[in-house]
Design a protein around this ligand. Structure first.
Ligand code: BGC
Length: 646
């Protein structure tokens, strides 16, 4: 893993102590780390029918107004969340995701998303919003968390498409373009937060159905670069970009590509849905955006995040194959999994489902799939609901609205009866759960596709009959529930701690051990590096070499022959089902008949296994077999070995 330490991380932060023990920034903060589960959201999700199946998923904390920093009624503040994150982390690498969302004149084209600060209130943004957040995050108590920010969704992209003389311009966006406060504010936030060594800044990059067109992509990347180098910031404060925040754009469109043709015509030119956009889904867009960003001067290591909280589009209406090739529209509309009326629709979309569960490093260049928008929280209301957050009524949230120039005069596609943006919308949560793709199954079990990190640091000691292993705990976003232990490639046991004692081994023998970690959802990690251990030599005249001992006793000896008894004792702590005693005659002895056991004799080597009726021995239990033998010369007693298996 490449480790990048930005130059900015060396700059001391005014009023904050740079903790000496802060971990160096890693290339991708999500790799090998757990991710914070917001207890406020988790409780709401768990209270919905079937919701506990996803309530353990990590979601972002939104600081959507100044009051959110200290906490609002019923909701924890930033410090309380960070303290809880430290507790959840329990010393492991841990990501804490926070959305910085309070620019002056916020989201100028969507009334439901407007904020508390007026277009000119840039000074309040700096001193009453960004500075206090930075001061809390810089507390050395949080130095070991990996703080991942989403910087200001929707505002900068509005300057590309909805301002400055375009057909889609709004007066409010024209004001913001002219006063430059989006650019100044984003630069300020990046600079202030980027100075904290354990912060990873990801700037919002819209989504493919907004900025994917060639004519929008280049200007967007350039605008983000301008913002990242304003207010004293440099590109070193940017670890990446996040797409599809709070949007519904499909991650992958499996049933058409931009290069497809219908009746000899490229669908790029002929499908109304595609409408010349080279990007047909978020994965393609995120990769294209990343490439352009690096070309524009951002760090070559920048990574992308994709918000997959609500872009699953599963359920009964999900197409299962391409549309008919009657026309470009039948082909694309019949096969697309994004069921919106139009790509510009953004408010509480009916028919949507939860998307990919949060996943680290799912694809090259993609740092993670994340749930930035907490599923079940409304995008906005169509009626004015009195509030002190600056949020207005938005027709795009009215199911009866027939659209405007920004969604090509299509129906809004919104669910009716929605509360204020950010408030819990139970009906929406239930629909998202029902239409999840991949589907959510098994109530109570977190659905999760991320395997735990591979166990490391495997070490061990041996006796003649056993091995004691220990290793370092693995990390996982939903928690590690146990480990599987393998001896010579075969699983021999499980452990819920980071140690395991193996038994039933043969003295002076080499064994190879590996360990895998398992999580609550049943994902299993790859095997650890193998550890080779050799058991100690068996000592004394009669060492048991595996959970049992064998005691040899001659009962009578008449010079040319003798009778002997062998007592087998299970010395382990668990019952065994079979045992075997072996030895090599030191002289000419040969067994002539044997009882209460099964004999194999070849030259001087003897092996006696249990009979069908005396293989089972409880821990500490004993049994015996006997034999008659002939000899000439001496009758020295042999050294016996005993092995038993459970
Ligand atoms: C709202 C915020 C809310 C966020 C997450 C936004 O649309 O404006 O208040 O915190 O969604 O649900």
């Amino acid at each position: 893993m490449a480790v990048t330490l930005s130059a900015a991380s060396l700059v001391p932060i005014a009023g904050a102590v740079t903790p000496a023990h802060a971990a160096a920034r890693v290339d991708n903060p999500f790799v090998g780390a757990g991710v914070y589960v917001n207890p406020d959201w988790s409780a709401r999700a768990a209270a919905e029918p079937g919701g506990s199946a996803v309530a353990n998923q990590p979601t972002s904390l939104w600081l959507d107004r100044i009051a959110a920093i200290n906490g609002t009624t019923g909701k924890m503040g930033l410090r309380a969340h960070l303290n809880e994150a430290v507790r959840q982390a329990a010393g492991k690498p841990y990501v804490f995701q926070v959305v910085i969302y309070n620019l002056p004149g916020r989201d100028c084209a969507a009334l439901a998303s407007n904020g508390e600060l007026g277009p000119t209130e840039i000074d309040r943004y700096k001193t009453e919003y960004v500075d206090p957040i930075a001061a809390i995050i810089a507390d050395p108590a949080y130095a070991n968390l990996r703080i991942v920010t989403t910087i200001e969704l929707d505002s900068l992209p509005n300057l590309v498409t909805n301002a400055g003389g375009t057909a889609t311009a709004t007066p409010a966006c024209d004001v913001m373009k002219a006063n430059g406060n989006y650019v100044t504010g984003v630069g300020y936030a990046l600079n202030k937060l980027g100075a904290i060594p354990n912060v990873y800044n990801y700037i919002d990059a819209g989504h493919h159905g907004w900025l994917g067109w060639d004519s929008n992509l280049g200007p967007s990347v350039n605008l983000l670069h301008q913002a990242a180098t304003s207010s004293g910031s440099t590109v070193a404060n940017v670890q990446g970009f996040v797409t599809n925040t709070a949007n519904y754009s499909a991650l992958k469109e499996p049933y058409f590509t931009i290069d497809d043709t219908v009746n000899g015509q490229p669908i790029r030119a002929t499908s109304k849905w595609v409408d010349w956009n080279r990007s047909v889904d978020e994965l393609g867009y995120a990769k294209a955006f990343r490439e352009k960003a690096v070309e524009a001067g951002f760090d070559a290591n920048v990574g992308m995040l994709i918000d997959t909280s609500r872009n699953g589009w599963g359920g009964p209406n999900r197409p299962t194959g391409p549309g008919a090739k009657t026309s470009a529209d039948t082909y694309v509309d019949g096969g697309r999994i994004d069921r919106r009326f139009q790509l510009g629709n953004w408010c509480n979309q009916a028919g949507a489902g939860l998307g990919e569960r949060p996943t680290a490093a799912p694809e090259p260049g993609i740092d993670a799939y994340v749930w930035v928008k907490p599923p079940g929280e409304s995008d906005g209301a169509s009626q004015y609901i009195p509030n002190d957050q600056g949020k207005g009524a938005d027709q795009m949230c009215d199911p009866a609205y027939t659209g405007n120039v920004r969604n090509n005069f299509k129906m809004s596609g919104a669910l009716g009866g929605a509360p204020l943006a950010g408030e819990w919308f139970s009906a929406q949560f239930r629909e998202l759960l029902a239409n999840a793709y991949p589907p959510v199954n098994g109530g109570g079990t977190p659905t999760d596709t991320v395997a735990p990190s591979v166990p490391t640091g495997l070490a061990g000691t041996t006796t003649a009959t056993g091995a004691s292993l220990s290793w370092t705990a693995s990390t996982d976003n939903v928690g590690v529930t146990g480990y599987q232990v393998f001896r010579n490639g075969v699983q021999v046991g499980t452990s819920t701690t980071t140690s395991y004692t193996d038994s039933g081994l043969t003295a002076s023998t080499a064994y190879s051990y590996t360990v895998k970690a398992r999580d609550a959802a049943g994902n299993v990690s790859a095997a650890s590096a193998a550890l080779s251990l050799t058991t100690q030599a068996g000592g004394g005249g009669n060492p048991g070499t595996g959970g049992c001992t064998a005691t040899y006793k001659v009962s009578s000896d008449w010079g040319s022959g003798f009778n002997a008894d062998v007592t087998v004792t299970n010395t382990g702590t668990a019952a065994v089902n079979s045992w075997k005693v072996t030895w090599t005659w030191p002289g000419s002895q040969q067994i002539t008949n044997l009882w209460n056991g099964s004999l194999t004799q070849s030259g001087a080597s003897v092996s006696v296994a249990n009979a069908g009726y005396n293989g089972s021995l409880a821990a500490g239990g004993s049994t015996a077999f006997g034999f008659g033998a002939g000899y000439s010369g001496g009758n020295t007693a042999p050294t016996l070995s005993c092995t038993a298996t459970g």
